[in-house]
Design a protein. Sequence first.
Length: 466
Amino acid sequence: MRKNNLRILVALVFVGILSVGLAAQEAPRGEWRASFQTGAEKIYLQLRWTNGDGTNTWGFDRPVSEIWGLEPSVSIGTHAGMKFELRRDAGTITFTGDFDKGVGVGQFQFTPSSDFVQAMKGMGYGDVTMLQLFQMTEFDISRNYIQQMKSLGYGNMGIPEFIRMASHGVSLDYITGLRDQGYKDLSADELVRLRDHGVSLDFIRGMKAAGVGPLSTDQLVNLRNHGVSPEYVRDMSALGFKGLGTDQLINLRNHGVSADYIRGMRDLGFTSSDLDQIVSMRNHGVSPEYVKEMRDLGFKTTSVDEILRLRDRGVSAEYIRELRAAGYATSNAEELVTLRSRGISAEFIRGMREAGYAQLSMDDLVNLRSHGVSSEFVRDMRSAGMDKLSLEQLVSLRNHGVSAEYVRELKTLGYDHLTVDQLVSLRNHGVSADFIREVHRRGYKNSTVDELIDMRSHGLPAKSII
């Protein structure tokens, strides 16, 4: 009897010590805001309070069914003087306040469970703080949770680690489910990482059923991060791409190669099973829509290299239609690539046609465009009296810097019947209008082209011959 009384006395003293320890720590209290989510089956709660570390804000959502004293009906209308509680093994958060049209505000007060504190001490956790108890209440970390975690091999973790695991959604069911799938003895960091990246048990089971694996935790995370789902793997397998590695799957997914894309290209005759070619087509914007448009314009190619070349050089269906409307009709892929690469637009062809140069070949167009002969240049030369010039003459004039202004200036000085070759020769030797004026000023009027060039090359005579 005396021994039993002694045990009771020791226990009472122990509880008193714990109570004094927690009493010295201020229990969180402060303001709350809440809003019912769609369907009123869940509620989002945001708590704000101040302690020695400053201002703290927590936000979390919970099923309304887990909150004592709160009903979905509160989401409708106005409800004043409400009181409801989040009751957990570690303690109770009591809320008081008002709701209007599903949005609530008020005050909250946390009350820790002394029974829970004593149980924690018995389990070897005698230094649980008030803040930790508050967090354990929020994330529903119960005695059973900790006992089960210990039985699963996580007995060496402290309260902060349990809180971290629970706050990241690492539940007992999640851990046991992972073990059932062969992922045993994972560290707390590995568990949190898997959960944070959305690696669910269904995802793991789906990957296994799709024939991918066995997979490491890193591979699971990478697949999930890059959007490679079990459905994606199954779709690719159905198209003949079986047994792909994680890197290949991720590469395909990163480049937007979907099952629909492959099917669409196959329907158009692009049946290559070379993954590099498929990725290349997708990267360069060769879509089924692009191929269909090109087909409608007469391009029946099924060559990957050819369709890539057309797309890379910017040969679009719109470009081809514009060329045809301008009078240049071709279905030759290389011609189109050359024209597009050299910057020959429908506007350029139309301008040359309007300037009197119709039915130009690809070589003609390239030659003119490369040397800067534009329709504006042709019109300017015509306005200066240089009409009916051949393509070679236009190029020669443009190459040697003979402008319409130069031609007009020479005409005003009496040189109004010069040939293209003469104009080019004068320009090449630096015979400018100013030079000719100086020649005239010195009395050398009516000089021939050859004489002008000779004087420009050797200098003007010192004295006038007049």
